[in-house]
Design a protein around this ligand. Sequence first.
Ligand code: PAP
Length: 324
Amino acid sequence: MASREMKELPPKEVFWHDEKMHQIDGFWYLDSLMESIAAFRSQFQPRTDDILLTSIPKTGTTWLIALCHSILHRHDNEEEEEDSLMKMNPHELVPTMDISYLTDQVQEHLKSDHTTTTTSPRFLHTHLPYSCLPEAVRSAGSSCKLVHVARNPKDTVVSMWHFYNKIFGSETTPDVTMESAVEGFCGGVIPYGPFYEHVVEYWEESRRRPEKVLFLKYEELCRAPNEHVRRLASFLGKPFGSDEDGDAEVEKVLWRSSLNRLKELEVNKSDEGLELAPIIPKSSFFRKGTVGGWKNYLTPQMAHRIDLLTEQKLQDTILSLDDF
Ligand code: PAP
């Protein structure tokens, strides 16, 4: 999938108002990102200790970035107020490869990991499905670690609805209705979708290579944050102590990464776009962050439709509706 071939692909579908999408090997991608995706896939050279965070949009990316950053850098600063999350939006701290691989900032980031006080490991994010990751990352010899976060499909579709209406809407375009958002979601025509195939690929890989791929769920992070942050830290090779000091460190990481804290930071309040993706306002990543908030937006029919699809799509896996 070289970038020239990608450019020549005819658009196959339209997303939201009029965003062109292409389907490649079963997954959908926004036309505007095809060049960046192709470059990431063909040029990216993993380092042995890279940490690659993965997610379909709106399933917990921002939280995962903040948690991993806070875990890895918890001993960097003595002062509470000096962590890098105070100074940079999480998406500028840890860039999304498929969106901004070709920018100078990302190329610099890849060379020097300039956003952190230590030089290693590199810490990156992608929304690509597992089967579309650069071959060098997927190969048996690759030792970089992947952390995936998944979320309840109904809360995901509601979160997407808010987000895409914000970034692809305008004062003159009416919002896309929830009904058509659900339609698109169930048909699989969402960026990096279909949703279920994306989730199942990472789930299966986490079972095949548990030492290299960690699969987390937004809901379990909400229900038992201390337990799963400990799990995450151990996977990253930075376990917390099991004593009171360890407990205090876990609490600090959770507080630093919390939605309530991040959404109140000046750096995240702005409606200004991200430097790496100017169409996306910095504030657009922070909303309610609840489990089950879909009940306020989906009709019983919409919810039932998604539940049926979830059961059908997950029936051959040991993931189930109860997992979310
Ligand atoms: P992205 O994939 O475009 O980066 P992502 O961060 O995955 O977006 O999703 C945003 C969701 O995570 C929002 O959920 P909501 O629409 O249901 O409210 C957002 O509120 C939530 N979120 C962002 N930061 C955090 C956090 N620190 N803790 C918990 N949830 C968060």
